[in-house]
Design a protein around this ligand. Structure first.
Ligand code: TYM
Length: 332
């Protein structure tokens, strides 16, 4: 059985980009593969964050994953910082990656990489992500389009490590969905939907009420023409709406366009489709949020399972790199 691993940052409630670009696919993957999913809380430290909110956001994100259909009876769901091997392997891999390749990462540049005061962790972050993946011998990593470059780096690091120290890691492949791999901001359709950057009107959360979804879609920025046509370069706002409708209904975005004579009709259809798509997710989320202890228990069991896979991989990597193993093992 192939192994799948993916992760999401603890930004709180998941947004529609996370859901369509990644998490909805995870819920399908878990039935076909040996699947591991983690809330990557250590990644929060790469930029300003509120320590008082981190634990709550981590739990909210895990709740969102369960609400989106991850079944802890079928997959393994855990928090990155609960498995000590992640930052430990990251150090070995950091010394395999180069400053030049990390500096060239698009997300690093977008987040102000040239700025002297940027945290060193923002530069090395993709290596921690590589550790997240390589620890689990993952064959397949289901992610949105924005993570493709990080997956390429993960592959390069794994190949280089294997070359230097002998076969140690599985070299993973990215799995990016055919539709909605890059959901755009509803207010700024040339920018991807993102909790940290977008205005609240530009982002749909999986917890938004039907009224909120309707309001946000109706206020979505389009263009000054009136023709509904799928053309992401020339008509990013309209094309994003068609992508959303396609993702929600399983259709092809270009073939949906001729069915609409104006933007109002398209927006009404998108709002209705998203309300129906997210209704069960929202209901499950509200129910799970009332049972915090259940989510905490799922994460504890998930971390215990994750350690049984990550621990031996970490030991294998340490041995390959020539370290003297502690007599009592590396678990402490
Ligand atoms: P993150 O937390 O930004 O996003 C989680 C997942 O959601 C996808 N995504 C989107 N897809 C489509 N449209 C959007 N607007 C959109 N916004 C987010 C992302 O592509 C991602 O799949 N570095 C990762 C987290 C990570 C990880 C890992 C992923 C850490 N370790 C190991 C896979 C494997 C990130 O910041 O994702």
């Amino acid at each position: 059985m192939t192994r799948v691993l993916s992760g999401v940052q603890p930004s709180g409630v998941l947004h529609l980009g996370n859901y369509l670009g990644a998490v909805r696919g995870w819920a399908a993957d878990q039935h076909e593969h040996d699947a591991f999913f983690c809330v990557v809380d250590l990644h929060s430290l790469t930029s300003d964050y509120d320590p008082a909110a981190l634990a709550g956001r981590t739990l909210d994100t895990a709740t969102g994953l369960l609400a989106s259909g991850l079944d802890p009876e079928v997959c393994t769901l855990f928090v990155q910082s609960h498995v000590a091997a992640h930052p430990r392997l990251a150090w070995l891999l950091e010394c395999t990656a180069t400053y030049g390749e990390l500096r060239r990462m698009t997300q690093f540049k977008e987040k102000g990489g040239e700025n002297e005061s940027v945290r060193a962790g923002l530069l090395t972050y993709p290596v921690l992500m590589a550790a997240d993946i390589l620890l689990y011998d993952a064959d397949r990593v289901p992610v949105g389009d924005d993570q493709r470059q990080h997956l390429e780096l993960t592959r390069d690091v794994a190949i280089r490590f294997n070359h230097h120290f002998g076969p140690t890691f599985v070299v993973p492949e990215a799995a990016v969905p055919a539709v909605a791999a890059r959901v755009m901001d509803l207010q700024e359709p040339t920018r991807k939907m993102s909790k940290s950057v977008s205005s609240p009107l530009g982002t749909v959360d999986i917890l938004d009420s039907p009224q909120e979804i309707d309001r946000k879609v109706r206020k979505a920025v389009t263009d000054t023409e009136s023709e509904v046509r799928y053309d992401p370069a020339a008509k990013p706002g309209v094309s994003n709406l068609l992508d959303l409708l396609a993702a929600a209904t399983g259709a092809d975005p270009a073939s949906l366009a001729p069915g609409f004579t104006n933007y109002g009709g398209l927006k009404a259809a998108v709002a209705e489709a998203l309300v129906e798509l997210l209704r069960p997710v929202r209901e499950r989320h509200l129910a799970l949020a009332a049972d915090r202890a259940h989510v905490v228990g799922v994460l504890a069991a998930g971390a215990a399972k994750a350690r049984t896979v990550a621990g031996p991989t970490f030991e294998r990597a340490m041995a390959a790199a020539g370290f003297l193993a502690p007599a009592e093992g590396y678990s402490g």
